[in-house]
Design a binder for this molecule. Sequence first.
Ligand code: PGA
Length: 261
Amino acid sequence: MTDRRPFVGGNWKMNTNRTTGSDLARGVTDGLIGVDGVETAVFPPFPYLLTVRAILRDRGSSVRLGAQDNAFQNDGAFTGEVSLAMLKDCGTQVVLCGHSERRHVLGEKDETVNRKLRAVLEAGLEGVLCVGETLDERTAGHQDIVTARQVRTGLADIPASVADRLIIAYEPVWAIGTGKTATPQDAQEAHSQIRQLLARLFGPDSANRVRIIYGGSLKPDIAAAIFAQPDVDGGLVGGASLNAADFVAICKAAAASARGK
Ligand code: PGA
């Protein structure tokens, strides 16, 4: 039996506009009415945070508002950056840190990811630390080392007391947006290794409270098998989160999986 409540996030990335994002937010909130046992969030692009927030609020929805990135500085001359104070002002409750596209496309380093995650947690928000190996790293058999390094460095100077507000997203880079998913067994193995590492860093009780979610081409038809694994506590969904019915189906699969654990 686990007390961990599954979490499913919809990472819209640099997609949607004011109209399609609003339609999507309405579709998601309506589809999730009456669905319990899963914490859900949407991560729209920055310019639409307030629009989506208004929709979530008007509908009294429990869907949380997420941001895809944050600055670790409080304010000042950082052109193009968005601070946590601004994100909180817009109603953001949860933030993604170190998504693979930020690491591999935009060159974000482990140390930067750590500073961002620390800032998110110090601001009292929920933080999602994204980790995962590339295809080359996997082919070379280095997936465990890479993931462990990203978790260790990402969590440097972060206390165990934040376990309830910390989520780790294991997202193998070769599975993101490619239509390839990890097998349920591969996902379980990676998640279990991450939890063992968390137990060394935080102690077993806190490690058992951290949600570890899977990301990488999650679709409704495979979600149940992945979520059934004992150390998989939900998912981070990219492409399929742009379709309200698919995202809702994945959230329902997570809620159902929790009932069986
Ligand atoms: P995907 O993206 O579901 O499109 O593979 C997942 C992610 O990047 O979080």
